[in-house]
Design a protein around this ligand. Structure first.
Ligand code: AMP
Ligand code: GLY
Length: 435
């Protein structure tokens, strides 16, 4: 009997919990999170409600419940060293120690790692602690730049010239606000192209790659508005995307492999868990936008619903260092995932309202919610995701659209994700860039 603890309670953790529940390995599932997600609770033998920053409490709970394996969903506990603490008391984890989770938590650390193993994947970039030299670097980049907070901001710390920062003055003002917060920041060359996510299971040395997914970071239809945690995603049945050639897929896979190796070389700590490469195909080839140290959200829903291999067996291979390139099989189907988010998200989201949805619906994944007195209440971040899966991506889109529209509450979602119009526009745009 294996006792498994999932840390976190968003839609990604619902997807993970469901995969664990499908496992043929005899097990009992537990969850630790700041909110009570009723979909996870219905699969659990025990549920600890506690802030994710209370790592000591989570460790005590894991010891009390004789947990054999912990799967960590979100980045914050990884950054805080939850894996270091759990492993110190003899509990195995699928998730990296804080020394290597820094690939996500520090954007300058990530750029340095890439510089040492795949320098051609980096944009022009410079790290700053004050405004000194920022304006002249922006001018060197011909005013085409991106400013990134050098820490965790839930995907919302990046502002882009022209879109979020109409003038250099606006850029300097944003940079000043980051300095005022006491943080350092990066100024990067603004890359132009199509983004894609490639996640790999990693056992410290071997990477087992998952299907490629495309996320939609902007809040509103037509890819406008502020950056979000991700409004929705799609993947194609061939596990690639229509604007990618095979050599570009291999290039991204190779980059994840080099980064995993470089992390070990640089820190002496093996990366164990899921390594998420955020890439962009540009006129000058595949570039890295960011790295994450965990499953993407919503990307987790796209890939896990396709996974044919027993999830707990894969976790054992990750922990035991016995992963091989072909350890995990995925169905050859397309997927579309859409998020319903509170009106006002991400800047001033509505919260505290009741959501009307079928909790037992396996195509719906509740996210930032709490259950109280039999009601599901929205907590203000992304509320619920719905997924469609089919040979044809547009059939999958229609299914996901119908499901997400059926969820009641003070919510909105992007109707354009996964539609023929948006995907065609992306292919056309990429063709123009590559011409
Ligand atoms: P990040 O948190 O680093 O993933 O950034 C969030 C979003 O900002 C990315 O998904 C991109 O859309 C955009 N972005 C980040 N870095 C760059 C860059 N150097 N050039 C163009 N867009 C970027
Ligand atoms: N979907 C983007 C992320 O998980 O960071």
């Amino acid at each position: 009997m294996k006792n498994v603890l999932v840390v976190g309670s968003g839609a990604r953790e619902v997807a993970v919990s469901r995969k664990i529940s499908e496992s043929k390995v005899e097990h009992a599932l537990f969850c630790a999170s700041s909110e009570k997600n009723p979909q996870i609770e219905s699969l659990c033998s025990g549920y600890l409600v506690c802030p994710l920053s209370h790592i000591k409490n989570i460790c005590e709970y894991a010891l009390l419940k004789k947990i054999d394996l912990v799967f960590i969903g979100p980045e914050n506990p990884l950054a805080d060293g939850i894996v270091n603490e759990l492993e110190a008391v003899g509990i195995s984890c699928v998730g990296p120690k804080k020394e290597v989770a820094m690939i996500e938590t520090s954007k300058s650390f990530a750029r340095d790692i890439i510089e040492n193993c795949a320098p051609e994947k980096n944009p022009a970039k410079r790290s700053f602690k004050s405004l000194s030299g920022v304006e002249s670097f922006i001018n060197e980049l011909n005013g085409e730049y991106v400013i990134k907070y050098d820490g965790l901001m839930g995907g919302k710390g990046v502002k882009i010239s022209g879109e979020h920062l109409p003038s250099i003055k606006d850029g300097l003002k944003y940079a000043q606000s980051l300095v005022d917060m006491g943080g350092s920041f990066l100024v990067e060359e603004k890359l132009v192209g199509e983004e894609f996510s490639l996640m790999s299971f990693v056992d410290g040395k071997t990477c087992c790659h998952m299907p490629i997914v495309q996320d939609h970071k902007r809040a509103f239809e037509g890819d406008v508005g502020p950056n979000t945690g991700g409004m929705g995603t799609y993947s194609f049945a061939n596990h690639s995307l229509p604007f990618l050639k095979n050599r570009e897929v291999l290039d991204a896979q190779k980059t994840n492999e080099l980064v995993a190796k470089q992390l070990l070389k640089k820190t002496g700590v093996p990366f164990v868990g899921v390594l998420y490469g955020g890439f962009m195909l540009t006129q000058r080839g595949v570039k890295v936008i960011e790295y994450n140290a965990r499953l993407g959200d919503p990307e987790a829903m796209n890939v896990l619903c396709l996974m044919k291999t027993d999830f707990l067996k894969v976790c054992d291979q990750i922990i035991g260092g016995s992963l091989s390139k072909n350890s995990v099989e995925f169905e050859e189907l397309s997927t579309v995932c859409k998020y319903a988010v509170p009106n006002g998200y991400p800047n001033k989201p509505a919260k505290g309202f009741v959501i009307d949805c079928k909790i037992k619906d396996l195509d719906v994944y509740l996210a930032s919610v709490n259950s109280s007195d039999g009601q599901v209440v929205a907590c203000g971040s992304r509320t619920a995701a719905a997924i469609g899966k089919d040979k044809n991506v547009f059939v999958a889109e229609k299914f996901a659209e119908r499901k997400i529209s059926s969820i009641g509450g003070d919510l909105f979602h992007r109707k354009d994700i996964g539609t023929k119009e948006l995907i065609s526009r992306r292919i056309d745009r990429m063709e123009k860039i590559l011409r």
